[in-house]
Structures are given as C-alpha cells and as structure tokens.
Design a protein around this ligand. Structure first.
Ligand SMILES: Nc1nc2c(c(=O)[nH]1)N[C@H]1C(S)=C(S)[C@@H](COP(=O)(O)OP(=O)(O)OC[C@H]3O[C@@H](n4cnc5c(=O)[nH]c(N)nc54)[C@H](O)[C@@H]3O)O[C@H]1N2
Ligand SMILES: Nc1nc2c(c(=O)[nH]1)N[C@H]1C(S)=C(S)[C@@H](COP(=O)(O)OP(=O)(O)OC[C@H]3O[C@@H](n4cnc5c(=O)[nH]c(N)nc54)[C@H](O)[C@@H]3O)O[C@H]1N2
Ligand SMILES: [Mo]
Length: 650
C-alpha cells in the first residue's frame, strides 16, 4: 500500500526470529504446580477444571472466582460465558480486554449520551466534510474503516490527524497536529475556547440539548491558543485552523482510539472530545458524529452480551431491579445486585489474595497487562487457573488446566458486532484441529458438571435466547441478518430497518421527545503519571503496526517475511544525540523494568519521544516498562505514557 505522497512501506526486520505458537490440539493438565503438562482426556480436564472452581468457591465464596471472556470470539460465546459466570458461579466478576482499551470510551459516551456506542456508521465517513482522526492510527489498526476514510477524502472531506507521531494515517491528512503525549485535554479545551471566542458554537443546539455550558465556558477560559501551544507543542495557527474548520463544517466526524483512552485519565480525555461535538452540534445527525473505533473484532459485542461486570446482556444495568428480575426469571437464578470486578480490580484482588480462581478464555493478560512482570507474578499465585485458547500462550503456560478451543472467525458459527454496532454472521469454514472443541460446547459441558443442563442446539438457539432478553437486539433474527448483510443495534423491531446513527432525539424541537440532556464534561488537563526527569528523560509511547496483532500470539503463527521484530523507534536527532544506529541493541529502562531492543530511526517521531509495539513480548517484553496507572473511572492503564532512558549495551 502507498501513502498519499506515493511512498511505499518499508518492510524492515530485526535479526531476531519471532516466536511462533503451537496450536493446542488436546487438553493439558498438570498434577502439581511445578509438574510439566501432560495430555488428558476431555473428561479428565473438565472434571479438574470444575473441581478447582468448586473447591475455591466452597472455601472463599462466589466472588473468589473471575472470568475473562474473549473479545475475538462470537457474541454467542460471550453470552454463554457471562451466563456461566452469573448463573453457575454466582458472581458478576466477568470482564475482557475492553478494560485495556475502550472502557473509557464506553464510560465517557454513557455519561454524555446514556449509551456507550459510537454514534455514526462507517458509510457516513464517506459522506462528510471533515474527518478528525484523534489518537488513532487507523491506516494500520483499522484498515477497513480507513478505506471509508479514503473514500471520504476522495469525495472532498478534509482530514486532520492528532497524534504525537506523524503516523501512516497522518501522512494522508491535510494537517497533522503533533501534540505532546498526554496533552489532549489542553488541546481540546483550546479548540473549544477558540470556537466560542469566534462565536462559531451552535447556540440553538447547546440551549436545547446540552447542560453545563456556562461552566464549560469558564473551564476553557484559561486555554488561550498561546498557552495551549506551550503545553501541547502544537502551533497556535494549527489549533485555530482545526477549531474553525470543525465548527463551520456542515458535517463532521470525530474519531478516536487508544491515543485518547490509554491514559490514567482516559475517560476525562473522551469527555473533552465529546464536548467539542456538543459545542458544535456535530452529533445525532447523518454524517456528523463521534466514533471510538473499537479494538478486537468483537470487543463491542462482548460488552453488549454482558461480558462486563456492570451490565447484563443488552447493556442493561445490573443495579436496575427490573432488569435483574427479568434475567433471574429467565435463568432461574439469583443475580447479585452489585457490580462485579473489572479486569483491573481482578489483578488488585489477586495481589490482596481475595481472588482465587480465574477462567481465562481467549485473553493473554500475562503479556498484555501493563507492568507485565507484576501481572505474571499475580497470575502464577492463583489457586486455580483454567485457560481456554487456541494457542499455548504465556498465560496458558501458567495454567492448571488448558482447554483447546476453536478459532472464532474460521471454525465456528455465530455473530460478531463491529464498531458501528453492526451485527454480522460468521460461519465455520474449517474443521478444528485435533480434539479442539467449540467454546460454547466446552462452557456447557462445564455448566453440566454443576447441574446446569443448557440445551443450545446451535448458535442460533443462543442468539434467540439473547434476543428475547435484549430489546435492542430483538429485531435481528439470523434470517434478517442474512438478508440485510448485518444490522445495527438498536434494532427493536423485526419489521423495520434501524437508523445508521444514534441520538437523533437531541435534535427534536419537542422537549418531551428530546429526553435527557447531554452534559458537558468538566474535566481538567492532567499530565501523565510517570514523569520524565534526568534519570528517565525520554517519553515512551506504545502501540501497533500493520503487520502484527496484539501480543503476537495469532500473527506469530504465520512465518511472514513482512513481519519484523521489535524495535525501539527514535527520531533521527535523538539517534545522533545518543550515538546509536539502526539495528544496534540498546538497554531500555523504566522505573519498573529493563529490556533490550534494537534501534529503528523514524522521522515521524519528535525529539524526546520513543515508540515500541507489544507485538513480540517473547523477544522484547515491552510491558515490563509500562506503568499500571489506571483511569479511576474505567480502569484502563496508561500504556501510552512511560518515562524511560536508553543506554548503549556495549
Ligand atoms: N494491525 C493491527 N491492527 C489492530 C491491532 C493490532 O495489534 N494490529 N489491535 C486492535 C486493537 S485491540 C485495538 S484496541 C486497536 C487500536 O488502534 P489504535 O488506537 O489506532 O492503535 P495504537 O497504535 O495503539 O494507538 C494509536 C495512536 O495513538 C497515538 N498516541 C500515543 N499517545 C498519544 C496521546 O497522548 N495523544 C494522542 N492524541 N495520541 C497518542 C500513537 O502514536 C498511535 O499512533 O487496533 C486494533 N487493530
Ligand atoms: N504496551 C501496550 N500494551 C497493551 C496495549 C498497548 O497499546 N500497549 N493495548 C491493550 C489492548 S487495546 C488490548 S485489546 C490488549 C490485548 O490483550 P489480549 O486480549 O490479552 O491479547 P491478544 O494477543 O489479543 O490475545 C487474544 C487471545 O485470544 C485467543 N483467541 C482468539 N480467538 C479465540 C477463540 O475463538 N476462542 C478462544 N478461546 N481463544 C481465542 C488468541 O489465541 C490469543 O491468545 O492488550 C493491551 N496491552
Ligand atoms: Mo484493544
């Protein structure tokens, strides 16, 4: 693929050969914590998994159990996993990698609009005037969505990229705003102030549909263009341009991803961005909206299915008596009237010794958590760990029982839900290897060992149970999903097609129809927790490349000449200052740990800023460097801002 300037990506590689993971083809157990794995029959492995869960529950109660559910797998699988947690184990402790990425988006959108989904559809990006890609490298991380962005640009839209790095996405933009890491609120407030000062805010929309505007005006008052330039490093002129173009556009899309959410104040960052849409009325209309591009293929669906600690399927609040009673009747069970633990709280509970058993389906927290050495130690100290995956991950290596599952997209039937809330069918195209079994069948066999006989003839039977309990999904039968090539929630009617965008109600003139006002978020700029100083003078930010996926488990299984190993990327000036060359190994140290990695020089970086991925943790464990500084509202760690130093190895 070529960028707008016609440049081609280099495929660069280190000398290190990345680890590849074997597919698990039969169950594994070990006879003691120190013993090696041995092959087991399915019956023995499931008996052992169930016995461990029963033992820890009898000794320490239902909340000593936690489930990690797979954001790669289907809606149906996530529905059954959360049902297993709530009905069989009697706890709401179920979460997934949503916590490490877009939990702040869900929290911020819910606070503003009462619902956690992105407000527009991909197609609207093709039919808009301005596209702001904020903290998002979509050309690498959301290439399908980016095709829609490219069409939008071809149709005349102007694109802005707000990212500390001049990324591949930024190469396509009309204007790149290269801000300092962790200064997004300062930038957003300065844009807001400039819009108000210039009288470009949408007074009618603000008056009718929002609350807290007067306080917002006071909040952004100090954020002059010159102060913002000093704090963010973005020239005042560029801030003014973005403010004017965004505010005067007829339609505008504001998209963000982890550059916004993976901070100790991720939810505040999200609120600061949503404020700009409220100020201009760029939400709730065709072509205008706010879109967090979600991470794993079904992380949206996993949350929608209730595989999160505070919501029942259909995003229905557990604290609401009516919702809880509906599920209690349908499932013939009692649901605790309290929120369960988030992934973040689970790791804290491991440290405190109150979490004893974990059932981890399709997650690799030993390598994906911030401060991975600490995460590994906590996982290893559990009384009972069951891992259900398709590959023998670093997390699986710590398990008492390993259960081989199918791969969602190729070997199973069901549905997944993407960032535009579109539910789509997936179908089994391949036969699972060896004795690997479907995730849902494994969960049902385990439930049966606790006396729960769930009769799901197929994935459609699971989906129909979900539909009967989630009004937003009721109108999406498998037949209709087939007929319309997927449908977006909310889809309450089985005879009408859903709208492509949310919150049209905000534009109603009748206050009764308009409903709840959207409040401005009164959030303050707060710099990263891990401060740079003379010992740790460089700012490290971490993220993704096009050619690899997350902890590298799935992409690692393909020997591809395109995949290169880990590097620490520096700008040319810093490489000269440190006297290091491309390919030279350096020691990279943070306040948490030290790794060794070869250097790459990237002119898209700026002095004082370094970049690494976390795609090759077996060769270079980047997360030994990152800090577990969590957003207090969403629980997401500050993966995007660590303080480091580098030293020559020789
Ligand atoms: N090829 C590929 N695609 C993927 C994945 C993958 O591993 N590989 N993973 C998937 C998953 S789980 C997710 S969640 C998504 C993530 O998708 P993205 O969020 O787009 O990916 P990242 O590279 O983590 O981060 C995006 C950008 O944030 C910028 N950034 C860092 N700090 C800041 C800051 O303080 N402010 C701002 N404004 N920007 C900042 C980084 O420079 C980076 O370019 O990608 C999904 N798609
Ligand atoms: N430094 C740094 N760390 C980060 C981030 C960052 O930007 N920087 N980003 C964070 C983000 S956004 C995320 S989402 C996390 C990712 O964190 P994880 O979800 O822990 O990492 P993955 O590598 O995506 O692991 C997914 C696992 O699911 C398994 N799997 C796939 N399909 C199936 C299936 O159908 N069934 C079963 N049972 N298993 C399956 C795969 O084999 C793999 O082991 O990492 C986080 N960590
Ligand atoms: Mo993610």
């Amino acid at each position: 693929m070529k960028d707008r300037q016609g440049r081609t990506d280099n495929s660069r590689r280190t000398g290190r050969t990345p680890k590849t993971y074997p597919r698990i083809t039969h169950p594994l157990v070990r006879d003691s914590r120190d013993a090696p794995f041995r092959r087991a029959t399915w019956d023995e492995a499931l008996d052992r998994a169930a016995a461990g869960f029963r033992r820890t529950r009898e000794a320490h109660g239902p909340d000593s159990f936690a489930m990690l559910s797979c954001a790669r797998a289907t809606n149906e699988m996530n529905y059954v996993a959360q049902k297993f947690t709530r009905v069989v184990m009697g706890t709401n402790n179920v979460d997934s990698c949503n916590r490490t990425c877009h939990a702040p988006s869900v929290a911020g959108l819910s606070a503003a609009f009462g619902s956690g989904g992105g407000t527009s559809s991909y197609g609207e990006v093709e039919d808009t005037d301005v596209i702001v890609m904020w903290g998002s490298n979509a050309r690498f991380a959301h290439p399908i969505f980016f095709q829609h962005v490219l069409k939008g640009i071809r149709n005349g839209a102007r694109m802005f990229a707000v990212d500390p790095r001049r990324t591949s996405t930024a190469e396509w933009s009309d204007r790149w705003l290269g801000l300092n890491v962790g200064t997004d609120i300062a930038l957003a407030h300065a844009i807001g102030r400039e819009i108000i000062e210039s009288g470009l805010h949408n007074k009618t929309f603000i008056e009718r549909a929002t609350s807290g505007f007067e306080d917002y005006v006071k909040l952004v008052e100090p954020w002059t263009l010159s102060l913002a330039e000093k704090v963010t490093g973005v020239p005042a002129e560029a801030i003014r341009e973005l403010a004017h173009v965004y505010a005067t556009a007829e339609r505008a899309q504001l998209c963000w991803t982890l550059g916004i959410t993976e901070h100790h104040n991720g939810t505040d960052n999200v609120r600061a961005l949503i404020n700009l849409s409220l100020l201009t009325g760029h939400v709730g209309r065709y072509g205008s909206g706010v879109q967090p591009l979600r991470g794993q293929n079904n992380v949206q669906g996993g949350g929608d299915m209730g595989a999160i600690p505070n919501r029942l399927p259909g995003f229905q609040d557990i604290l609401d008596d009516g919702h809880r009673q509906k599920f209690e009747t349908a499932w013939d069970t009692v649901i605790q009237p309290s929120y369960g633990m988030t992934l973040t709280q689970m790791f804290e509970a491991m440290e405190e010794g109150t979490l004893h058993a974990v059932y981890c389906i399709g997650e690799n927290p030993a390598q994906s958590e911030a401060d991975s050495e600490q995460a590994l130690r906590r996982l290893a100290a559990l009384d009972h760990l069951v891992v259900q995956d398709i590959f023998l991950t670093k997390t699986a290596e710590l398990a008492d029982v390993v259960l081989p599952a199918t791969a969602s997209w190729a070997e199973t039937d069901g549905t997944t839900t993407n960032s535009e809330r579109r539910v789509q069918r997936v179908r089994a195209a391949l036969t699972p290897p060896g004795e690997a079994r479907d995730d849902i069948d494994i969960l049902c066999d385990l439930a049966a060992r606790f006396g729960h006989e769930w009769k799901f003839a197929d994935s459609e039977a699971v989906w129909d149970e979900l539909r009967s309990l989630s009004p937003d999904h009721w109108g999406m039968t498998y037949d209709r999903l087939e007929e319309h090539h997927g449908l977006q929630w909310p889809c309450p009617d089985d005879d009408k097609l859903p709208s492509s965008y949310l919150h049209a109600r905000l534009w109603e003139t009748d206050p009764a129809k308009r409903g709840r006002r959207a409040p401005f978020g009164l959030v303050e700029h707060d710099p990263p927790v891990d401060l740079t100083d003379e010992n740790y003078p460089l700012r490290l930010t971490t993220g993704r490349r096009l050619d690899s996926y997350n902890t590298g488990v799935q992409s690692g299984s393909f020997a591809s000449p395109l995949r290169r190993g880990e590097y620490i990327e520096l700008c040319p000036e810093d490489a000269v200052a440190y006297g290091v060359e491309v390919g030279e190994e350096v020691r990279v140290a943070s306040r948490r740990g030290t790794v060794t990695a070869p250097v790459w020089v990237d002119p898209g970086l700026r002095p004082g800023l370094a970049f690494m991925t976390f795609h090759f943790p077996d060769e270079v464990d980047t997360n030994q460097l990152t800090i577990e500084a969590n957003c207090p509202i969403a629980g997401t760690a500050e993966f995007k801002a660590s303080a480091i130093r580098i030293e020559k190895v020789a």
